[in-house]
Each structure stands twice: as structure tokens, then as C-alpha cells.
Design a binder for this molecule. Structure first.
Ligand code: NI
Length: 136
């Protein structure tokens, strides 16, 4: 085992601790190990995608965050060939929920998901594949 040190926003840690308590984890480390395993699993299944796929990308973002909205629009224009539709919901004063329906080359979809996941202000970009093969 290796020991690491990380910095987290207080709110995120509180939410994580609440889940740990609800689910009965004996330690924070065990919970973090499981969260990391899930993260790795999610990414490896993303890497396993081949050919054409269809699915959705769901995101929550903070529209007050500098340039997030601008970046999101830029990406959607850049990847318009694989985006079929999008849905935007204003959740509260600060937060928006956006669902993008994607269809096409899995490599391109992966690139878009990675760009969205690493954009500041986007709290989460989750890809759900609804079809691994598009019927003719
Ligand atoms: Ni909004």
C-alpha cells in the first residue's frame, strides 16, 4: 500500500463521508479505494468501445464558472457531426443540467467525453451507452 495526500473541497468531502456512513464503510480509505476502482472501471469500459455507438452524455455544470458555458458551446460545435440533440435544464441559480445525445464513431465520442470531463466548472460528464451497435 502507498500513502497519498489529497486536497478536497469541504462540501465534497462531507458528501462523501455521508455516503460512507450510509453504506457502512469502516474507513474513508476503503471508500476512496472503491471510488477509484469504479473510476478505473468506467474508464476502461470507455476505452473498450469500438465502432459506432449511440448514447447520452449527462453533465452538471456551474454556469457562473468562468468560460464553462463558452467552452461547452465550442465543443458542441466542434463535435456537431456526432451530436444529435441536446437538452438543457436550469436547475437552480448556479447549476445547469445538460444532456447531449451522441451517435457515431466511438473514438470521437470518447474524445468529447474526455474534453468535457476535464473542463473546469463541469462537475461530472457521464457517458451512458444505449447501443453498442447501431442497426442498419
Ligand atoms: Ni441553465
Amino acid at each position: 500500500m502507498k500513502r497519498i495526500s489529497i486536497t478536497l473541497p469541504k462540501k465534497l468531502l462531507n458528501e462523501f463521508d455521508e455516503i460512507l456512513e450510509e453504506t457502512g464503510y469502516s474507513s474513508r480509505s476503503e471508500g476512496i479505494r472503491d471510488a477509484l476502482r469504479n473510476y478505473i472501471l468506467e474508464h476502461s469500459s470507455l476505452n473498450g468501445l469500438k465502432g459506432d455507438v449511440a448514447g447520452t452524455i449527462t453533465m452538471i455544470y456551474d454556469h457562473d464558472e468562468h468560460r464553462t458555458l463558452e467552452k461547452l458551446t465550442e465543443f458542441q460545435h466542434e463535435f456537431s457531426s456526432i451530436i444529435d440533440s441536446s437538452l438543457h435544464i436550469h436547475l437552480d441559480q448556479k447549476h445547469c443540467l445538460e444532456v447531449i445525445v451522441v451517435r457515431g464513431n466511438s473514438k470521437k465520442i470518447k474524445t468529447l467525453v474526455n474534453k468535457l470531463s476535464t473542463t473546469k466548472g463541469i462537475k461530472r460528464a457521464k457517458l451512458t451507452i444505449s447501443s453498442s451497435e447501431i442497426p442498419d
